[in-house]
Design a protein around this ligand. Structure first.
Ligand code: TRP
Length: 334
């Protein structure tokens, strides 16, 4: 059986270089292969857990859709859709909720971290914890099981959620009969986890990101803000502990990486290294940035792409949900 690859992008924030290198670039590349079955979607229901600003959710969703399209996702091969366009997903979530042990959800890292933070503050354990946060892994399980996904590319922080989806699927299959494929998380060690401006992992939660489609001047400004040390021009610099070098590596060819490593040994000035980094990145993303500007100003085009994706997604979701309904005893009386 060929694998079905699926991953979701929570629609909070603006896509940044870390998202590009870690998730979007490999997915766009994979989408060129017509023998691969893949599903990519805007997880806008998931966004409501973290973000209760309606305009921010709407804006982020549109930006993410435009970004993936601008970068050349092949939407004839990959199924590209918005989670909220697939009503079968929340319906499946309910059914799965009834097969999910509460104890399993108690062990979810995100929930446990929220509880611990409350206890540290001497608050009630569940202060400000919503049912959305608590049952987030069940919604994610519905996303995955709805399309019989077998491979789920995610960051390390999401591995547990994919394992929970697998547990839920196995329990359902055991109780009601073989219905769902069992998914596995795929964490690609070759895909760079990009460092942010402060040297920690680039992440919107650390506020250290470089947005992907900044105008040139702003891109340059952001790159100039990458943290370095006080070594002067001419003093040898350690490439391996440098964020500038780490980002360079994510965009450069192996030859370019080797030659930059030499430049570090030879004491390249930080200003010069950053200038070259800007040129490298800018050259690679400039065509997609122009396309992005066109697409973001053409919402009808985005909607038509998503309508096509939703239709393809529902052609898989509808029959599977029928099967699920029948399996659990939600059946016509005739
Ligand atoms: N929770 C994931 C994240 O924050 C996004 C997501 C939602 C997802 N549904 C998914 C990822 C299904 C993989 C499969 O990164």
């Amino acid at each position: 059986m060929t694998d079905t690859v699926l991953t979701g992008i929570t629609t909070t924030g603006t896509p940044h270089l870390g998202n590009y290198v870690g998730a979007i670039r490999p997915a766009v590349e994979a989408s060129q292969d017509s023998t691969q079955k893949s599903f990519y979607f805007m997880a806008d229901f998931h966004a409501l857990i973290k973000c209760q600003d309606p305009d921010a959710v709407a804006q982020s969703s549109k930006e993410i859709a435009a970004t993936w399209l601008a970068l050349g996702l092949n939407t004839d091969n990959a199924v590209f859709y918005r989670q909220s366009d697939i009503p079968e997903i929340p319906e499946l979530m309910w059914v799965l909720s009834c097969m999910t042990a509460k104890g399993l959800m108690n062990r979810a890292h995100a929930y446990k971290a929220a509880v611990q933070a409350n206890l540290d503050e001497q608050l009630d354990a569940d202060a400000a914890v919503t049912m959305g946060l608590f049952s987030y892994p069940v919604l994610m399980a519905a996303d995955i099981l709805m399309f019989n996904a077998t491979k789920v590319p995610v960051g390390r922080d999401q591995i547990q959620h994919v394992e929970m989806a697998r547990d839920i699927a196995a329990r359902f299959n055991h109780h009601y009969g073989e219905t769902f494929a069992l998914p596995s998380a795929v964490v690609d060690d070759n895909v760079a986890v990009l460092q942010g401006l402060d040297g920690r992992k680039m992440s919107k939660s650390y506020n250290n990101t470089i947005p992907l489609f900044l105008p040139e001047k702003k891109l340059k400004k952001h790159i100039n803000k990458i943290k370095t040390n006080l070594l002067e021009p001419g003093e040898p610099k350690d490439a391996d502990s440098s964020t500038v070098f780490q980002i360079w590596e994510a965009f450069a060819t192996p030859e370019q990486t080797t030659s930059m490593r030499k430049e570090f040994e030879n004491g390249i000035a930080w200003g010069e290294a950053k200038k070259q980094l800007f040129e490298l990145i800018n050259e690679q993303i400039a065509p997609a940035r122009a396309r992005y500007e066109e697409i973001i100003n053409d919402p009808a085009y985005i909607e038509s792409e998503l309508a096509k994706g939703a239709e393809r997604a529902r052609s898989v979701a509808t029959p599977l949900l029928d099967k699920v309904r029948s399996a659990v005893g939600i059946r016509t009386y005739r």
